[in-house]
Structure formats: structure tokens, C-alpha cells
Design a protein around this ligand. Structure first.
Ligand code: TYD
Ligand code: MG
Length: 452
């Protein structure tokens, strides 16, 4: 007689386990997230029990990793310089953002050097993938496509092929026969990813897992996967806009500061070497409510345009709408403007937009946002050759921000001639030829310099 199978209940949000079904997860407070699963077999765990001897840190050989460059510069940059052998990478992003396109392009580039890719698709038919390759002008015999969802079958079929790159599109569609739960459940994700991890480490083949993102922006089964993999990349961008940003949020082989910027074109993703140009391309001339700020995306300076529209509210309830900047930040700045400058916007509708669909969340944007609002409120255009950056405190003081030199240099490169910044920060800066630096202490001094 077979032994009665014991189940555990696992929270699909955070992986918390419970012997009984519960309605609300005691760990992450998620409702109705528990699903029946077969408990993991401890003997079957992929963690090896071997332990080395203690050794002094200096004596450990540096053994430089032979990274495989993809020759897509923006992508290599994000990875910290090419693919590391045996690394497991998770690529997350909204549906339709271009994840499959990106990995296919990477595979295409690798195939130019004769490297073999195996592309497992659980979502699309081979024809669909061929069609995409056609659009991307990828013609090669080095990319192998396999459809299906069973990991055991994948390992079987892979024998003898020895690929140089494995792509699993997407990890949520793959399952193992050893677990009865549905593909995409936490138990399946954990088990399948652990097996792929073991495989990648054993064979030294870099492996991409493509992950779907839930409504609130996390990769489904987030904690489980993020712990396991070496690198987590997020592909972000606005579907209505053509540019895409790839960001490393975890990277065991490089910094997480780097981003890669692409533009989605008819023929696939194209690298954007000079992002500022794209974001400023359609900037209106002499319009009130528009300013340009140099913000930092990782270590890269990017100039973006911020637009504000301030006008009397036709209804009793003034509206505050912001796209790309934090809503609370706007409320705070409106309050500071009223209190410190006597510019009362309490009865005004206020709309703030970061052009191009970029998200700006650094405090350095404060000065730009407030200036755009003032400019629109007074209907006076800001000096169009000026960029500005600075954080604004509650007393209206303008504070210094990180890396001012990089921001100023980028503005200069893009042809701007004036830069507004915190007065105290200005005293520590060298001069920049062809760039007039204007220091302001507090927002009360803004009026004198904004509209020159
Ligand atoms: P896709 O890579 O399928 O997205 P994901 O795998 O993240 O779901 O990309 C889908 C979108 O990209 C689709 O709406 C069409 C667009 N696209 C282009 O604009 N140009 C192209 O060359 C390709 C291949 C796709
Ligand atoms: Mg896809």
C-alpha cells in the first residue's frame, strides 16, 4: 500500500509554509495565497554538502572569469561586461515589453561567433519565434528552438546538443513532473529554477530565465527566484513610448548601477548611445512650464524634460496629476511654494509630466519640478539654455545633490550654457568653460534667475 502523500501549504507570494491551509499569510499578509504542494525532498536538494578548508583571502586565486561578450554594448554594460559562464540570469518585465526580442537578439549576436543557443519556449510556437527572428534579420543555424514545458524532457532533448546559451521563455510555463502543482506556482518555480541552476553550474552554460511580472510589478514568485539566481535584470519602459531601459537589480558579477537603453524599432531593439538626445528631441521652443534637468540613471547622466501645467481649477476639487514623478513630492513642493514664496496654488489644477515616459525619483529633480510649476503658473518661459538640479527642503532651501560635475558635463555636451544649482554646492565646484553656473540659496531667489 502506498504511503499517504503529505502536503504542505505554501504561500504563492512569499513562500511561507504551513501544515494547514490558512486564509491569510502570517508572513506577508497576503490573502488567499496558499496552495497545496508536496514538501521538498531533503535528500533531493541541490545544495551540496561539501565544505572546503578555511583559507586566507589573499591566497584565493583571482581566476578571471572568461566572460562572453554579447557585443550588444548596452546589454554588456548592464551585465557588468558580458555573460559569465554558468550564470543564471532572470529577466523580468511586463508582457510585450520586448524580453523575448532581447534574448533572441543576444542569441543572434552570439551565433555570429558560432555559438549555439537553445531556446525553450513554453508560450510561443516555433513559427512565431521564426517570424520574430525574421523581423530581426536573424538567419542562422546556431539557434535551436524547442517548445514544451516539461523540464525533464528538456534535459533529455538537450543531451548531445551542448548549447553555449540556454533560454527558458518563460520560467512560469515550465514544470517538473515530480510535483503535482501547476506550472508557475512557487513550488514549481523553486524546483525548476533550482534544477536549471544546478545544470548551469555543472555545464558552465549561461542560462536566461524570462520571468513575468505581476500586477504590482514584482516577478511572480519574486523572493524565491531572486534569491536563487545570480543576476536579476528588469526590462522597463512605457509601452506607448519606444525606448526601453534594462536595469540590473541584483548582480553577483557586477555593479547594479548600470543601465542599458534601447529603442524598440520595426526591426527590433536598437541601442541608444546618447539618451539625452532622444528625450530632448521634441522639446518646444519658448513654452512656459518646460524645463530640462540632468538626472542620473545609475552612473549615467540623462537630460530629461519636465513639463508642468498649472491653471485655475474649473471645479471645486483641484486636481494633482503626475506622470513619472512622485505624487507626494508634488504636494510637498506646492506647499513649500505657497508658504515660502507666497505663490498659492491651492486652487489650481496641477499636472506634471516627465517627457518620454521616464521615471524620475531622485530628489535632485525638485528644483526642476518647482521651476516648471512656477513657469507655468506665471506663464513665463524658463531660459531655454538652462538646466537645473537641486533638492528642496521644507524651509525652501536648495540643497546640493550627488555628482554635480557629471550632470553639468552632460548638459554642456548637449549644448546648454546655463546651470542653476545650490549655492553651497557651487562653492566647491571648479569652473566649466562655456557653462555659466548660477548658485541659488533658496527658492525665494529663483525669480531673479529663472527667466533671464
Ligand atoms: P516581445 O519580445 O514579444 O515581448 P515580451 O517577450 O516581453 O512579451 O515583444 C513584443 C513587442 O515588441 C510587440 O508588441 C511588437 C514589438 N516589436 C517591435 O516593435 N519590433 C520588433 O522587431 C519586434 C520583434 C517586436
Ligand atoms: Mg515573450
Amino acid at each position: 500500500m502506498s504511503k499517504k502523500t503529505k502536503y504542505v501549504y505554501v504561500c504563492q507570494n512569499c513562500g511561507h509554509q504551513s501544515p494547514k491551509w490558512v486564509g491569510r499569510c502570517p508572513d506577508c499578509d497576503q490573502w488567499n495565497s496558499f496552495v497545496e504542494e508536496i514538501p521538498e525532498d531533503k535528500n533531493n536538494s541541490f545544495v551540496t554538502a561539501t565544505m572546503g578548508h578555511p583559507q586566507s583571502i589573499d591566497s584565493i586565486s583571482l581566476d578571471p572569469q572568461h566572460r562572453q561578450y554579447t557585443h550588444i554594448k548596452e546589454f554588456d554594460r548592464t551585465l557588468g561586461g558580458g555573460l559569465v559562464p554558468g550564470s543564471l540570469l532572470l529577466l523580468g518585465g511586463d508582457p510585450g515589453i520586448g524580453k523575448s526580442t532581447l534574448v533572441l537578439q543576444v542569441a543572434g549576436k552570439l551565433s555570429e561567433n558560432g555559438l549555439k543557443t537553445l531556446y525553450l519556449s513554453g508560450e510561443e510556437s516555433p513559427q512565431q519565434i521564426r517570424l520574430r527572428a525574421e523581423r530581426l534579420s536573424i538567419h542562422t543555424e546556431h539557434i535551436y528552438v524547442i517548445t514544451g514545458s516539461c523540464i525533464e524532457h528538456l534535459f533529455e532533448r538537450m543531451a548531445g546538443l551542448s548549447p553555449d546559451l540556454l533560454v527558458v521563455d518563460s520560467i512560469q510555463t515550465v514544470h517538473t513532473e515530480t510535483l503535482p502543482s501547476a506550472p508557475g506556482s512557487v513550488g514549481q518555480l523553486r524546483e525548476v529554477s533550482a534544477r536549471l541552476l544546478r545544470w548551469a553550474k555543472e555545464t558552465g552554460v549561461p542560462t536566461f530565465l524570462i520571468g513575468h511580472v505581476t500586477k504590482d510589478g514584482a516577478i511572480a514568485g519574486p523572493k524565491v527566484l531572486e534569491h536563487l539566481v545570480d543576476t536579476v535584470l528588469y526590462f522597463e519602459g512605457d509601452r506607448d513610448h519606444m525606448f526601453r531601459i534594462i536595469r540590473a537589480v541584483k548582480n553577483r558579477y557586477g555593479s547594479t548601477n548600470e543601465i542599458g537603453i534601447f529603442e524598440m524599432k520595426e526591426t527590433g531593439l536598437e541601442e541608444v548611445g546618447n539618451p539625452s538626445r532622444i528625450f530632448l528631441e521634441e522639446r518646444p521652443n519658448l513654452a512656459s512650464g518646460s524645463v530640462v534637468i540632468p538626472c542620473l540613471e545609475g552612473t549615467r547622466p540623462v537630460l530629461v524634460e519636465i513639463q508642468a501645467l498649472v491653471g485655475p481649477s474649473p471645479f471645486g476639487m483641484p486636481r494633482r496629476t503626475s506622470i513619472g514623478v512622485d505624487h507626494n513630492r508634488i504636494s510637498l513642493l506646492v506647499a513649500v511654494l505657497g508658504k515660502r514664496m507666497g505663490l498659492e496654488m491651492g486652487d489650481q489644477d496641477i499636472f506634471v509630466n516627465v517627457v518620454g515616459g521616464l521615471k524620475v525619483d531622485e530628489p535632485a529633480a525638485d528644483l526642476g519640478i518647482i521651476s516648471a510649476m512656477i513657469s507655468s503658473f506665471l506663464d513665463k518661459p524658463v531660459n531655454k539654455d538652462m538646466v537645473l538640479f537641486g533638492e528642496i527642503g521644507l524651509t525652501g532651501e536648495i540643497r546640493g545633490v550627488s555628482q554635480p560635475e557629471i550632470r553639468i558635463k552632460e548638459a554642456k555636451k548637449m549644448g546648454f550654457s546655463h546651470c542653476l544649482l545650490s549655492k553651497s554646492q557651487l562653492t566647491n565646484l571648479k569652473t566649466f568653460q562655456g557653462m555659466k553656473l548660477i548658485g541659488v540659496e533658496s527658492i525665494t531667489g529663483l525669480m531673479d534667475v529663472l527667466f533671464e
